[in-house]
Design a protein around this ligand. Structure first.
Ligand SMILES: [Zn+2]
Length: 326
């Protein structure tokens, strides 16, 4: 019997990506804007349309697929398929599983988007072959996930893996979560932009905001970061070094607690800057490892699957949950 074909969906605040997946292979895929501001009904309908487009490309219908698994950006009750809270979508207690089942008429599984992406990287991407892996995703915020003993680690309330909110500087900068000194308050794109702006207001010069304007961007994007570094902008370099330092402390803390074989770094910034972004993180991390013996074998590497990690990981979750339900 050949492997089942699963629909994997990555529901982001900006984009919906749906794909038909067999094993680690994407057979067909489609991307659409989420339009979260237009409300839950519109988003559900758009997920439905995106998925149906994938089915059309395959010349298939719902019955040809074993299940659909969707990763949503927020706290998810995986048993009931309810998204309890997704601030980026402005959702509270949305029965995503039930609504999609009604829309598409197929079995629906729901999980957290970062868990799904981390699992995709673990099984088919940069973490392939490792038993224990940590994922750190640098974007607008800092997301992450843990795979322990080959399985995503959810925690008993389902909220584990919030690596972005590890405090790396007591009484430090205020974080989006309201607390102080989280790594996200230093190393996210939002934080880097705020830090550069503050330095500029103190009288230092920077080209970052001109580059942002030239590129027609309203905020610091990964492409603006790359262009600013290429232009030799000092404040951008400092902001990146600062981010790398705190990500290094975070990495060391996670390695000291979990002893993973591999730490995978993903997200837009890492996709742009690659291993060059990661190497200085490793330098700081190594200075803070408790157990130095064998530590050189811990791999700190960029994610390998890009946008495909979500749908591919979602398919892994679907296959595992279906198997355990038999
Ligand atoms: Zn925080």
């Amino acid at each position: 019997m050949s492997e089942p074909v699963i629909i994997g969906v990555d529901l982001g605040a900006t984009n919906i990506e749906a794909a038909a997946v067999r094993g680690g292979d994407i057979l067909a895929s489609k991307k659409k804007k989420t339009r979260a501001r237009e409300g839950v009904d519109v988003v559900i309908e758009r997920i439905g349309t995106t998925v149906r487009k994938v089915m059309d490309k395959m010349d298939a219908d719902a019955a040809d697929f074993e299940a659909l698994c969707i990763g949503a950006p927020g706290a998810v009750d995986i048993e009931s398929g309810v998204v309890q809270s997704a601030p980026n979508l402005n959702w509270t207690n949305v029965a995503l599983g039930d609504l999609l089942e009604e829309e598409l008429g197929m079995p629906i599984l729901v999980d957290n988007d970062v868990n799904v992406g981390v699992l995709g990287e673990h099984v088919y991407g940069a973490g392939k072959g490792a038993l224990d892996m940590v994922g750190i995703f640098v974007g607008t915020g800092i997301g992450g996930g843990l795979v322990l003993n080959g399985t995503p680690h959810y925690g008993w309330r389902g909220v584990a893996g919030e690596v972005g909110h590890v405090v790396v500087k007591p009484n430090g900068r205020q974080c989006g979560c309201g607390r102080y000194g989280c790594v996200e308050a230093y190393a996210s794109k939002t934080a880097m932009e705020a830090i550069i702006r503050e330095e500029m207001e103190k009288g230092r010069s920077t080209q970052v905001f001109d580059i942002m304007e030239e590129k027609g961007k309203a905020k610091l994007t990964s492409s603006v970061i790359e262009a600013s570094l290429e232009a030799g902008d000092l404040l951008m370099e400092e902001a990146i070094q600062n981010a790398q330092y705190y990500l290094g402390l975070l990495t060391a803390n996670l390695v000291n607690v979990l002893d993973p074989e591999v730490v995978v770094f993903g997200g837009g910034v890492v996709e742009r800057l690659g291993q060059d972004f990661i190497d200085p993180i490793g330098q700081t991390a190594r200075q803070h490892y408790l157990q130095r013996e064998g530590a050189e074998k811990i791999r700190l590497v960029p994610a390998a699957l890009g946008d495909d990690a979500g749908p591919v990981g979602a398919a892994v979750i679907a296959r595992r949950r279906l198997q355990s339900a038999i």
